[in-house]
Design a protein around this ligand. Structure first.
Ligand code: HPA
Length: 245
């Protein structure tokens, strides 16, 4: 079964049929919200709002372990994570949609693994290719069928937040090879890999990253909201298509 994790601007998924909510308890505490079960044209999906339905949970406060564990508990095998990002690469301006293929993790202090604790054997997972090839292809194919242009491949740099970055931090990230900057891609993707869930992200560029393009001197938060409003329908169409293919 497919799950969709919705990020900023995507706390609800309109168009879901037969929606019902399920509260899942986990050994790691509470997920961000109850899971919503529903279907797109008869194809079942599970939806989870990463920041909670009221958008009250900051990126560094999200219980990523509980969220991923809860999805596994209800039988999810694949995840499409919708994530709002800043564009570092000059061709990834506001309104661009991107399916990244790599990650650089700059976060700290987050509970980032299931493999810890006194009675657990040391366990390493391969993370060379952090996103699942099959789910990436599914999102790209869905976008193609919708006639939506989506960039295939980018390096997602994950910062701690909740503040936005300085221009110098973005310049350093560009030097590191990052094309996008967001705050929630990790440890979510790593935990999905540990849990055996096939995971990929669909990123919505809400703004040029700090110091770039229209954000040369400041990032306009009101423009971020406008871009997300404008882009929501495109993302929803791609997700509905992806649920069916
Ligand atoms: N930086 C980090 N996260 C973001 C940004 C940004 O510029 N825009 C949207 N999410």
């Amino acid at each position: 079964m497919l799950a969709i994790i919705g990020g900023s601007g995507f706390a609800k998924l309109a168009g879901l049929g037969n929606a019902r909510r399920e509260v899942v308890r986990t050994p790691y505490g509470d997920p961000s919200c109850a899971l919503t079960h529903g279907d797109f044209d008869g194809h079942p999906i599970v939806f989870l709002a990463r920041h909670g339905y009221g958008h009250t949970i900051a990126p560094h406060e999200i219980n990523y372990r509980a969220n991923i564990w809860a999805l596994g508990r209800v039988g999810v095998t694949s995840v499409i994570a919708v994530a709002t990002v800043g564009g570092i690469r000059s061709d990834l301006g506001p309104g661009s949609l991107v399916v990244p293929d790599q990650i650089v993790d700059y976060t700290w202090g987050r509970r980032h693994t299931f493999h810890e604790g006194p009675d657990r054997p040391v366990t390493h997972v391969d993370f060379t290719l952090p996103y699942d090839a099959g789910v990436r292809a599914r999102v790209l194919e869905a976008a193609r069928r919708c006639g939506e242009s989506v960039s295939d491949g980018a390096v997602y740099g994950c910062t701690q937040g909740p503040r936005l970055e300085t221009a110098a931090e973005i310049a350093r990230m560009a030097n590191d090879g990052c094309d996008l900057v967001g705050m929630t891609g990790m440890p979510e993707a790593g935990l999905a890999r540990e849990a055996g869930l096939a995971y990929a992200a669909l990123c919505v560029v809400a703004n040029s990253a700090a110091g770039r393009g229209e954000s040369a001197n400041a990032i306009s938060l009101s423009e971020i909201h406008e871009v997300l409003e404008r882009t929501m329908g495109r993302v929803r169409r791609i997700l509905a298509q992806a649920a069916c293919c």
